[in-house]
Design a protein around this ligand. Sequence first.
Ligand code: ADE
Length: 224
Amino acid sequence: MRIDIITVLPELIKSPFEHSILKRAYDKGLVEVNLIDLREYGVGKHRQVDDYAFGGGAGMVMMIEPIANCINELKSKRTYDDIIYMTPDGETLNQKICNQLSLQKNLMVLCGHYKGVDQRLRDHFITREISIGDYVLSGGEIAAAAMCDAVIRLIPGVLNDETSALTDSFQDNLLAPPVYTRPAEYNGWGIPEILLSGHLQNIEKWRYEQSVERTKKRRPDLLK
Ligand code: ADE
């Protein structure tokens, strides 16, 4: 998979892709993330990318021209499965959307700033608008990084058996069960006996029951 991310702050978003599972995904040749500095497409001597909103009101709006030029240049080189705009008024990201996106070949991601982008970009270029939750970040970069992390780890081959996504929370609309590691006793606090039984079938059954219990208690909406 290739992900092209358009941003005015490439430095802000670089680091998550240089560590741990995302780095391994890149090293294995399973994903390539390209950060495109929107400033390079800015207008005039000052490489302007934002301007006052027509009709007045507080806050700047990201201009159509630099973003359109940038998107058109990228589109001239390859076909994109989706051109995603990160915005708090988009559809809320969930594991199902992440699973869908993980099967795509080429994604473009536009990070918004200020009061957002000129609506004409959304009308004519963007194919999908995604929010990572009902709160407003200073820009789309951290949202894009969170989404890309959730998507890349699902690309077939990125995770091995030990880190398999199949046992993640949300993968089957259930939260993950509690987990424990050594020591088996700390400060007088033990662990559930069954985990020491060696009886894999019973352990699986216990984990499933714990998942259901936890989901009922914390996220009953997922069971509907
Ligand atoms: N940009 C600002 N806030 C955001 C959010 N919650 N999700 C996606 N992009 C955003």
